[in-house]
Design a protein around this ligand. Structure first.
Ligand SMILES: Cc1cc2nc3c(=O)[nH]c(=O)nc-3n(C[C@H](O)[C@H](O)[C@H](O)COP(=O)(O)OP(=O)(O)OC[C@H]3O[C@@H](n4cnc5c(N)ncnc54)[C@H](O)[C@@H]3O)c2cc1C
Ligand SMILES: NC(=O)c1ccc[n+]([C@@H]2O[C@H](COP(=O)([O-])OP(=O)(O)OC[C@H]3O[C@@H](n4cnc5c(N)ncnc54)[C@H](O)[C@@H]3O)[C@@H](O)[C@H]2O)c1
Length: 501
């Protein structure tokens, strides 16, 4: 392998997603003379644009898919190799690509991302959404669909059930409330009415005339119905590549085959027992189908609550698994329980000179008490940036400390058209019973939850335009004893910013 090397680069980064590209940018700016190679399976790269540091740890940015030539023009010492890595030989510091070429490296950063953890791998009616290709395939199949089943209760499911129009959606969640990866049952209750409410107007026309709500069906189900008279028009992008991200659905027309109706039925506390075809259904005459399910659906899904639904498509929005396979054979990487490459506080894996960043890795250093890893854009960017700095510091023999961004977990996003800010241990993660909650909620306007431990703020969920994020971030970072303020902390008549100035 070593003697077949076409070229040896000082730095090689694998993956043209947000982690890989940020790592390349960081390295190329810090050591402009260094030979850097970016090996990526996707034809386009992801670029961070309009980056804005909102507060000490909160950040917002857009992400664009761009041709890799943009990056090469900016950094003359960068070579982009469009091929997938087939194997890695850490002993000889060499990588082989699927087109048979071998490249050497002095330092390597693996930023291969993740892939959907599908309910089943071999059923053509079960789809995951990860990149532009899979989103387009979903859009195509949805356009002919009358009913889909969405399984999962995280980011993708939350976005889909809100965005899909003109198609009945059955939403099966394992939990007692929606959105369990991002918030608690109280926040879920705050958001639920949005499923039955008017979606605000977008740049493209989307008019709704009338909405009706049905009461929850027995057996833990809830149905939300909406009628509308116009469909949203959208454009579709074309290239396949890395993970999608914020607002991915805005450029895509998520419209089913029935233009006038929208209905989301929630099935709580259930998992998938079995997925089968109409032919297989015939072999199960004992199968009890609700009347609306009888007919010729291409696929049927049986849930653990005993209900079986026929549908056109099942969306498996059940999380991601790190893309580690091509890198493992013959090497000795330590893997975390979630399958990610373990990295230390310098983003180094257990193999010498190999770093990793983004969805492919698992942060295994001793975390700050207010930080946890979630596979998100922001963390992919932060890890890629920090990995680049560590790689540069190591070759320059300079010291480097864990970056401040890993001090406090923070995430800004949007669900059901509400701004959502998550800070610290926003769900009381790892705190057991050793915490108390303060909640303020104004229906349709805002939901504010604060997590206190020993009288100090350790986390917060802010939904709506609360304007509290910076103050709460400071209170979490400075660990001020808030006991004297009691419930006044969330008194809407007190300008909390002035209070703590
Ligand atoms: C539908 C969807 C919506 C999302 N929405 C949000 C959101 O609103 N907010 C948020 O913070 N996060 C969101 N995320 C998560 C976010 O997109 C990811 O956490 C982030 O993009 C991960 O970046 P990454 O660079 O680690 O991996 P990826 O973006 O997956 O990039 C991996 C790169 O590695 C390349 N690659 C893989 N294997 C190889 C190989 N063997 N050889 C060469 N190249 C290889 C791929 O082609 C790709 O370029 C969303 C994810 C999805 C799927
Ligand atoms: N706005 C955002 O921040 C946003 C939006 C979309 C996606 N994302 C990110 O993209 C990635 C993929 O999104 P996702 O929604 O697939 O993952 P996720 O990790 O957010 O959620 C996965 C969900 O699937 C459930 N689940 C897992 N296995 C299951 C099973 N067998 N049966 C039923 N439910 C099961 C989990 O309980 C969880 O609710 C995640 O890293 C997510 O954080 C973020």
């Amino acid at each position: 392998m070593a003697e077949r090397k076409e070229k040896t680069f000082r730095f090689v980064i694998v993956g043209g997603g947000i982690a890989g590209v940020t790592c390349v940018e960081q390295l190329s700016s810090q050591i402009p003379s260094a030979d850097v190679a970016l090996i990526t399976a996707s034809p386009h790269i992801k670029a961070v644009t309009n980056y804005k540091q909102v507060s000490k740890t909160l950040e917002e940015f857009d992400v664009e898919e761009r041709p890799s030539s943009v990056l090469e023009e900016k950094f003359p010492n960068l070579t982009v190799i469009h091929s997938a890595v087939k194997s890695l030989h850490t002993q000889s510091h060499a990588l082989e690509t699927t087109d048979g070429r071998v490249f050497g490296y002095e330092k390597l950063c693996i930023c291969g991302g993740g892939r959907p953890k599908l309910l089943t791998q071999d059923n053509p009616y079960v789809l995951g959404i990860r990149d532009t290709d899979s989103a387009q395939e979903f859009q195509k199949r949805l356009s002919k669909a009358k009913r889909i089943v969405v399984v999962g209760n995280g980011g993708i499911a939350l976005e889909l059930v809100y965005e899909v129009e003109g198609c009945e959606v059955i939403w099966a969640v394992k939990d007692k409330a929606i959105g369990n990866t991002f918030f608690d049952a109280g926040a879920a209750q705050f958001l639920i009415p949005s499923l039955e409410a008017d979606k605000p107007e977008r740049a493209s026309p989307c008019k709704r005339t009338r909405y009706t709500t049905k009461e929850p069906a027995p057996g833990g189900s809830h149905t939300f119905t909406a009628d509308r008279n116009a469909r949203r028009q959208g454009s579709s992008s074309t290239e396949a590549g890395s993970a999608l991200g914020p607002d991915w659905h805005e450029g895509i027309n998520l419209q089913g085959s029935e233009q006038g109706t929208r209905r989301v039925s929630l099935e709580y506390q259930c998992e998938v027992e079995k997925i089968f075809t109409s032919e297989e259904l015939l072999n199960f005459p004992q199968q009890t189908l609700r009347p609306e399910n009888v007919g010729s659906w291409p696929v049927y899904i049986k849930l653990t609550n005993g209900k079986t639904y026929g549908c056109d498509l099942v969306v498996s929005a059940t999380g991601v698994v790190p893309n580690t396979e091509p890198f493992l054979h013959g090497n000795n990487f330590a893997l975390a329980d979630d399958g990610g490459l373990q990295v230390d506080d310098h983003m180094m894996t257990s193999e010498p000179d190999v770093y990793a960043a983004g969805d492919v890795c698992t942060a295994c250093w001793e975390h700050s008490p207010m930080w946890q890893q979630m596979r998100l854009w922001t963390q992919a960017r932060q890890m890629g940036w920090y990995a680049g700095r560590c790689m540069a510091a190591h070759v320059l023999s300079e010291p480097i400390e864990l970056d401040f961004c890993f001090e406090l977990f923070s995430h800004i996003t949007k669900f059901f058209n509400y701004k959502v800010v998550l800070l610290g241990k926003f769900n009381g993660q790892g705190l057991g019973s050793n915490h108390e909650l303060l909640v303020r909620c104004t229906k349709g306007l805002e939901y504010v939850k604060v997590i206190l431990s020993g009288g100090r703020m350790v986390g917060a969920v802010l939904i709506g335009e609360t304007d509290l994020e910076e103050t709460f971030e400071n209170l979490i970072l400075n660990q001020m004893d808030l006991t004297p303020y009691g419930e006044e902390l969330l008194n809407p008549n007190i300008d909390i910013e002035d209070y703590f100035d």
